[in-house]
Every structure is written in structure tokens, then in C-alpha cells.
Design a binder for this molecule. Structure first.
Ligand code: SAH
Ligand code: SF4
Length: 434
């Protein structure tokens, strides 16, 4: 979502004459878009700000101004502290106020230090300009589109409900219009985004209340839009219509990111996930009945307060049962202000590290086994960008794997039939089928 937000902020500044650069030394404005989900992510912000302060000083010595802004969830959660700890920062702007960015920068240029973290009452998406056509084209043939933000679930480890606020769904017409603009600019694949994307709901064009399943049907009718994905889903919000969409929509890719966090029912309860492992496994069985070739992805947290060796073994068993094509796993990170922070029985760092290592090794072995099992298969490949070797392109498999294939640059955006011939550590190899 931060990638999406950064693009929208960049687009919002086009009309004021801003152009983006990859060279920090050239920039008149450096905007850090930050993540608060784990402590490590948040701490990175302050070390980056230290380096930026030095650069700002150096540029001032050469008579050039450089504005420094902090956006994202660290800005939202620690705005005052950032301004206090980092005097070089000119602007702090939270995720719900990005539409005020152009105005805020004008104030900075007038010499103010700006803090914009009040939740906007107006809908920021109403006020943000549509994606810039030239920039969208330059970003490639796949794009993100936020359809839902915030969360009302309050898992006890998680800061999202506090930083992104309560759950909001964007209206259908707005989503369809934005998707249409992306497709006009050459986008072939859209990934719908939301902290709880499958909790999305809205009033449909037919006057009925829609869920994500109906929205996907409407998006699938956009001509030229070849592929759809969505992330991240909560197991409690996978309704029948959404599951059926996996059966009925060829555009909907057979890959689902469905985090469970832990394989222990005791820990799931303490996390306030409000479902059991048996319910999760039964849900996957139903999804696989609708779309047998679907590949699963997930997230795991090890070392939640009170997690015993036995709880962790339950997680390993769950991973064994489900079999993931890919998964992300993290050591529990205490987040101030969440209920988890007040729990006793914190798991020692070494124990967390050991558990994480075992889990990640196991998940990686499943990922490799999944890749190996793809060898010999004939699949559709969306050609995305130039490969490492001349004459090669990198494409995306239906299961989100990077695939190297010999193809011409003019084919970027095409979907071609290929046969998988090999699997490297991070990508697959394929030959075209004529
Ligand atoms: N809404 C999604 C997850 C959003 S946060 C869901 O409910 O699954 C993305 C991932 O970050 C989570 O799935 C979780 O695995 C991880 N995460 C969130 N808070 C964390 C914390 N305090 N410590 C470690 N990992 C965390
Ligand atoms: Fe965080 Fe996801 Fe739980 Fe919401 S559902 S509180 S975003 S982990």
C-alpha cells in the first residue's frame, strides 16, 4: 500500500511542477513514506533522517534548499516526536491527509513546519487527482489500486487500526473509474489493495450491496484488463460470492494471500483473530474446491507473548497441512499502544530467533517444492519488463512467480503461453510454445 500511496503522492504533485528523481542529491524535496508495523521498520526512519539532515546541511552550504517530509504510518503515530527528534524535518503527513500534500508543501516553502495528521473528514480519494497517464505508463503493465483502508479487527499485536484508522471502503464508481484510467494507460493486471481487502463492501451499480466478489465481477468486465488479484484478506471475510469468483472469473489469478499468523488456537485467541485453525483449514478446502489450482500464501508471527514450544510446533504442523507457495514470517514486535504490549510473558529474543529460523527454513522448502512442481507445466505468462540478459523478458506466472523467457521488448504487456523449464532460487525459466 505504501507503493501505491507513494505513486499517488507523486501524481498529486505533478501539477505543481514536481518531477521524480532517483538521485537523492538532486531532490528539492525528499519524502520518506514510512511503515510502523514493526519496531525495526519504524527505527529505520530515524537513521534515514540522520543521513538526510547531513545532506540538507551540505546543500544549504551550496545555496540550495532541500525540504524533508515524513509520510506514512510512522508520521501518523509519532508525528510530534519526529518534529522534536529531527529538527531538519519540514513536514509530517499521515496517510489519511495525502490530498493536502500540495498545500502543505506551499506552507513549508513559506517557512512553516507542518504537521498534518488529523484524520480528514473529507474523502481523500475524492480530492486526490486520478493516476497520471504518463507516469502510469512508465510504471509498467501491473498496478495497485487501493479499494479499502483501515481496520476494525483489532488483533492484539497490530497497530493498523490506530495508524490507518477504522475501516473505509471506496465507492464502486470511483474504483471502476480509476481502474479504467489504469487500463487506458496500458495496465493489464490490477492488484486491489486493502488492510482487509475482502471486508470491502459498497453500493453496486444495480442498487444492491456488493462485496469484493461482486466488485471483481464488475472489474473483470473492463476490456483490456487481463488479470486481477487482491491482498490482504482476513479469513473471517472470505464470503461465498468471493470464493465463487475464484471459480467463475478467469481473470482472477489462482493465488491467495490469506494470513493466519499462528497455528495454535490458544495463541489465535490471545491475538483476537476470532477463528480457529480448523476453520481456516476448512475455508482453504472450500476455496480449493472452487479453484483447484489455487496457491496459498500467508503471514506468520512467532513469539507472541505466552507462545510455548508446543504452540510453535502447532504452527509448524499447520504449515505442513496447508502447504504454502509463499509466506512471510516475522518475530513478534511489541507495538506501543496495542493490547499485546501490556501482556506479560514476553518470549525471549533468542527463542523468537530460533523459532523464526526453523519456520522460515520450512516455508522456503515449501516454496522451492512448489516451484519445482511447476517445471514442465504450460502456463500463461504476463510479460512485464526487460530481463537481465539482452533478448530476455521477465514475466509473472498466475502464481506470482517471476519467470525469465526469451522475448522481444515490444511484447511487454502481452500474455503468452510458455512451458516452465527450470527453477532458480528466486525465479523460474521458461520457453515459449508456438
Ligand atoms: N490485515 C492483514 C495483515 C496486515 S499487517 C491480516 O489481518 O492478516 C501485515 C503483517 O505484518 C501481518 O500479517 C503480520 O504477520 C505482521 N505483523 C503485524 N503486526 C506485527 C507485530 N506487532 N509484530 C510482528 N509482525 C507483525
Ligand atoms: Fe492488523 Fe490485519 Fe488484524 Fe487488522 S486484521 S488488526 S490489519 S492484523
Amino acid at each position: 500500500m505504501n507503493v501505491y500511496d507513494s505513486d499517488r503522492m507523486t501524481d498529486a504533485l505533478v501539477k505543481d511542477g514536481y518531477i521524480s528523481t532517483d538521485v537523492m542529491e538532486d531532490a528539492d524535496l525528499v519524502l520518506l513514506n514510512t511503515c510502523h508495523i514493526r519496531e525495526k521498520a519504524a527505527e529505520k526512519v530515524y537513521s534515514a533522517l540522520g543521513r538526510l539532515r547531513d545532506l540538507k546541511k551540505k546543500k544549504a552550504g551550496e545555496g540550495r534548499q532541500m525540504m524533508i517530509g515524513v509520510a506514512g504510518c510512522v508520521a501518523q503515530a509519532e508525528g510530534d516526536e519526529i518534529l522534536r527528534r529531527a529538527p531538519a524535518v519540514d513536514l509530517v503527513i499521515g496517510p489519511q491527509t495525502y490530498h493536502r500534500l500540495p498545500e502543505a508543501l506551499k506552507r513549508v516553502r513559506r517557512g512553516e513546519r507542518v504537521l498534518e495528521t488529523d484524520y480528514a473528514i473529507e474523502d481523500k480519494f475524492e480530492h486526490l487527482p486520478a493516476p497520471d497517464k504518463a507516469k502510469t505508463r512508465a510504471r509498467g503493465v501491473t498496478a495497485f489500486l487501493t479499494v479499502q483502508e483501515g481496520c476494525d479487527k483489532f488483533c492484539t499485536f497490530c497497530v493498523v487500526p490506530y495508524t490507518r484508522g477504522s475501516e473505509v471502503s471506496r465507492p464502486v464508481a470511483q474504483i471502476l473509474a480509476e481502474a479504467g484510467k489504469l487500463v487506458e494507460a496500458g495496465v493489464r493486471e490490477i492488484t486491489l489493495l486493502g488492510q482487509n481487502v475482502n471486508a470491502w463492501h459498497g453500493l453496486g451499480g444495480d442498487g444492491a450491496e456488493w462485496g469484493l466478489g461482486e466488485l471483481l465481477h464488475a472489474l473483470a468486465r473492463i476490456e483490456g484488463l487481463a488479470r486481477l488479484r487482491y491482498t490482504t484478506s482476513h479469513p473471517r471475510d472470505m464470503d461465498e460470492t468471493l470464493i465463487a469468483a475464484h471459480r467463475d472469473l478467469p481473470q482472477l489469478m489462482p493465488y491467495l494471500h490469506l494470513p493466519i499468523q499462528s497455528g495454535s488456537n490458544r495463541i489465535l485467541k490471545a491475538m483476537n483473530r476470532r477463528h480457529t485453525t480448523a476453520e481456516y483449514i476448512a475455508l482453504i478446502t472450500r476455496i480449493k474446491a472452487a479453484r483447484p489450482d489455487i496457491a496459498m500464501s500467508g503471514d506468520f508471527i512467532v513469539g507472541f507473548p505466552g507462545e510455548t514450544d508446543e504452540d510453535f510446533e502447532d504452527t509448524m504442523r499447520l504449515v505442513e497441512t496447508v502447504g504454502y507457495a509463499q509466506a512471510f514470517s516475522f518475530k513478534y514486535s511489541t507495538r506501543p499502544g496495542t493490547p499485546g504490549a501490556d501482556l506479560g510473558d514476553q518470549v525471549p529474543e533468542e527463542v523468537k530467533a530460533k523459532r523464526l529460523e526453523r519456520l522460515q527454513e520450512f516455508l522456503l522448502s515449501q516454496q522451492r517444492a512448489f516451484a519445482q512442481a511447476c517445471i514442465g507445466r504450460e502456463i500463461d505468462l504476463l510479460l512485464e519488463k526487460p530481463g537481465r540478459m539482452p533478448g530476455q523478458l521477465i514475466g509473472r506466472s498466475p502464481w506470482l512467480q517471476s519467470v525469465n523467457v526469451d522475448a522481444k521488448a515490444s511484447q511487454i504487456g502481452d500474455i503468452i503461453k510458455v512451458r516452465i523449464t527450470g527453477a532458480g532460487p528466486n525465479s523460474l525459466f521458461a520457453e515459449t510454445i508456438s
